[in-house]
Ligand binder design. Structure first.
Ligand code: FES
Ligand SMILES: [Fe+2]
Length: 431
């Protein structure tokens, strides 16, 4: 494998104008180290949604790259993002993935911090420090930057660099808007369990691949066909249609744009009528119909969050050939409970341990990683659709959800992978 020492070496691993990427981009431990440094420890990393910590004292334990961080709400309701590191001898102060506590007490020597980070307890301090220990100088340390958009919280370990606003750009924010606006009050609720697993493949295998479904998910489509009493799944036909697109949302973010596929009417049930009425009340008939028929965004936002309605998926890279993925079902606020029950069943049935979709993808990702370790012909081809890329202004979408001035290609084209890698190269080469 290539040993990457200098940023300038990264460009030698990409021949995107010809549609090729070198396998080391996905398999080299040296590249992975540089990604940790340049992307995960310098840039914005999604850490959680503020609905996960609704009450004073609530906390969740998360990661920014290799750094353990605590996202919590203090007793006054303010959200914090603290480095999980005691100011005494650097033990972690929080061990549980989630919980509620007015204090974080380090298990090593008992230093104790309030939920706003203030050090309030140092056991047996009398006579031990001369002059007396100035506790104010030993508060928990916040992540250098924290920022949020519609309750989605990101952290950055670098005090410098582009703002979250700049990192997301307009199109990614519109994807988040479409995701949240399935709620008549525009808010999601991410507190209803999670399904976490480790995939033995590179974290950049993030999907967004419209070419694979008819093959990788053949069995799932067969099941859907049976459930639909012999009708063919609409997914099987879409690879032949040209109304569905792959879309470069800028800054490495991308989506499979399924909004034109249509989702069909809501069920003929009282709860569905109630939901539709509340959506029309909030957004007006035209926009409500657009939201509900869109199926939501199918978007992948660099470096570690995916919005595939109703799932919120979060990635944590562990090694060049290993990442963790957590699936959450995003509940909608302000809707009849049947809406959220249906969303949860959908997440479970597709992405759960016995789900019909994720297991197929994991198998493909892991087989693909084996291919990345082959040394004889290390170039992988992602040139599909290069000649049919064009700029699109998404004129048919309402202005609130319009993806303006984005490069698009056919749904099955590898534009998404090329978009991701162009952004990736720019991050890796940043001085
Ligand atoms: S390391 Fe935390 S109290 Fe000593
Ligand atoms: Fe898939």
């Amino acid at each position: 494998m290539t040993t990457i020492a200098q940023p300038s070496d990264v460009s030698s691993l990409l021949r995107l104008d010809e549609g090729f990427v070198h396998s080391d981009v996905y398999a080299s431990p040296a590249i992975f180290e540089r990604e940790m440094e340049q992307i995960f420890h310098r840039g914005w990393v999604f850490v959680g949604h503020d609905s996960e910590i609704p009450e004073p004292g609530d906390y969740v334990l998360r990661w920014i790259g290799r750094q353990s961080v605590i996202m919590n709400r203090d007793s006054h309701g303010a959200v914090h993002l603290f480095m999980n590191r005691c100011r005494h001898r650097a033990n972690s102060v929080c061990q549980f993935e989630q919980g509620n506590s007015a204090f974080f007490r380090c298990a090593y020597h008992g230093w104790t911090y309030k939920s706003d980070g203030e050090l309030v307890g140092v056991p047996y301090a009398d006579g031990a420090y001369e002059p007396q220990l100035d506790k104010a100088g030993f508060s928990l340390v916040p992540a250098p930057r924290m920022a949020a958009y519609r309750g989605f919280v990101w952290g950055s370990l670098s005090a410098e660099g582009p703002s979250l606003d700049e990192h997301l750009g307009v199109a990614a924010k519109r994807a988040i808007d479409l995701f949240c606006d399935h709620s008549p009050v525009g808010e999601i609720d991410v507190r209803h369990g999670a399904n976490k697993s480790v995939i033995y493949a590179n974290w950049k295998f993030q999907g967004g691949d419209g070419y694979h479904p008819p093959f990788t998910h053949q069995a799932d489509f067969g099941t859907m066909r049976n459930q639909r009493a012999g009708r063919t799944s609409p997914l099987l036909g879409m690879i032949k249609k040209d109304t569905t697109l792959s879309r470069d949302l800028g800054n490495g973010h991308f989506c499979l744009d399924l909004r034109t596929m249509g989702r069909g009417p809501l069920p003929d049930a009282p709860w569905a009528k109630e939901y539709l009425a509340s959506m029309i009340g909030s957004y007006g008939a035209e926009r409500a119909a657009y939201i509900l028929n869109s199926g939501g965004p199918h978007s992948i936002l660099m470096p570690n969050i995916q919005l595939l309605n109703p799932d919120l998926r979060v990635l944590r890279p562990i090694a060049a050939d290993q990442f963790e993925i957590t699936f959450y079902c995003a509940f909608l606020k302000g809707v009849p409970k049947e809406v959220n029950t249906a969303r949860l069943r959908l997440t479970e049935s597709r992405m759960g341990p016995a789900g019909s979709v994720n297991v197929d993808d994991v198998e493909m990702f892991e087989r693909n990683q084996l291919g990345m370790q082959q040394m004889v012909e290390p170039w992988k081809y992602i040139g599909r659709g290069m000649a049919r890329e064009r700029v699109d202004n998404d004129d048919a979408a309402p202005p609130e959800y319009r993806y303006e001035n984005c490069r698009v290609a056919h749904y099955s084209d590898e534009l998404t992978q090329r978009a991701q890698l162009r952004w990736w190269a720019a991050q890796m080469e940043r001085p």
